[in-house]
Design a protein around this ligand. Sequence first.
Ligand code: AMP
Length: 454
Amino acid sequence: MTSSTDKSAPQAGARPSRAAIKAVRGTRDLLPDQTPLWNRVEAAARAVFSRYGFGEIRTPVFEATELFARGVGEETDIVSKEMFTWEDRARAASEKAQSLTLRPESTAGVVRAYIEHKMGETGALQKLYYIGPQFRRERPQRGRYRQFWQIGAEVIGPPSSGSESPLRDAEVLEMLASLLDELGVRDWRLELNSVGNADDRARYNVALREALAPVKARLCPDNQRRAETNPLRVLDSKDEQDQEIINGLPKIADYLGEASREHFAEVRAALDACGVKYHVNPRLVRGLDYYTRTTFEFTVQTGLGTQNALLGGGRYDGLSEMLGGPKAPGIGFAIGEDRLILVLQEQAKQDAEAAGAAAGEEKLDVYVAPLGVAQNAAALALAKELRREGLSVEVGDGSFKLRKSFDVADKVARAIVLLGEDEVASGVITVKAFATGEQVKVPRAELKDRLRVR
Ligand code: AMP
């Protein structure tokens, strides 16, 4: 269950040890002291998704590079500098070499699957969710990794399925608010914006280009390039020195046509009706090219520092067509699971400090200690019996001294069961509960009930 590291110096005469291989920069191992929280979060997400009618989809972790180039956009940071891409060689004459990429996000893959499996032909709205790792070559720091996990969902379908309705946007946002509340995330904040439809965006792009032309020379080199190729991306820039210029740029809200303005107003009205609080942020255009109309981000004040975006998403009404599919408006989001976990860990730490207690750790129901190696087999048989009853059990070893068995048991379990020659012969077993210090002898048949009492 636990791992140990041998820190002792190499013994005299031993061959020089080879350098240990470490996890690759930006990736990490999640050990058993962390995974229970990950599993709790994923179980809560699955339960909420199923209450809202979502089904799980699992797509491959690598896809054709072109999917992301077309879907996410060539000029985005993700595609232009963060993807893990390689030329995959053909292994047989029937295969062709092709460029492949570890997925940096999952929406493009889900929409590809929607098209490939003709899911739109059912006529029904598709509500799909996924949980899985994503890969981006970003500069690693707290809350930012090169392999990270996202919990995401997409609502997509032909227009006749109601996929364009502002109700769908509001439902997704209300679901997210409920999920965060259910998980106990305390101080989340929903930032909301509309980036309009393709026509609005075209008008806005012209205005942005015009506004950027006279100030372009004062921008950082990345933003100078974006000002030419994809001016909307300038608004995503985190460059400190460019912020003053960026703040003075035209706002998308002033370029929305009637239809987009109405759609956005209806999303807000539905959120108001559900009591979901939001803040309209006209700068929120998000770093992916496929977004149209509603865009959003949930941020938190605790636990994430500068990487305070917990999740993001938006509408992508033209994405299916960009990928060669039928018209299929949709809306989706991706929660940064690593960040959600950091927030929950930080909150638990603060709560424990306020209560003057250590953050609680789960213990096993019982530790079965054979008193000699002759009782090892009987100990394993008893553990099997108790595990079948649903109890969580660890088994010691007959070679341990009694003191050691007690020490180990006290760390991992709430009680210890001693199994010596007498106990095996008589079927009356000694149990000690650590919380009370009480030690009793009970018949084997009653053991499970005694151990269930907490
Ligand atoms: P995006 O797919 O860029 O819209 O990101 C959605 C969410 O994924 C963000 O709000 C973050 O919480 C999370 N995220 C994005 N990139 C990373 C990363 N490199 N490491 C950890 N989480 C990330």
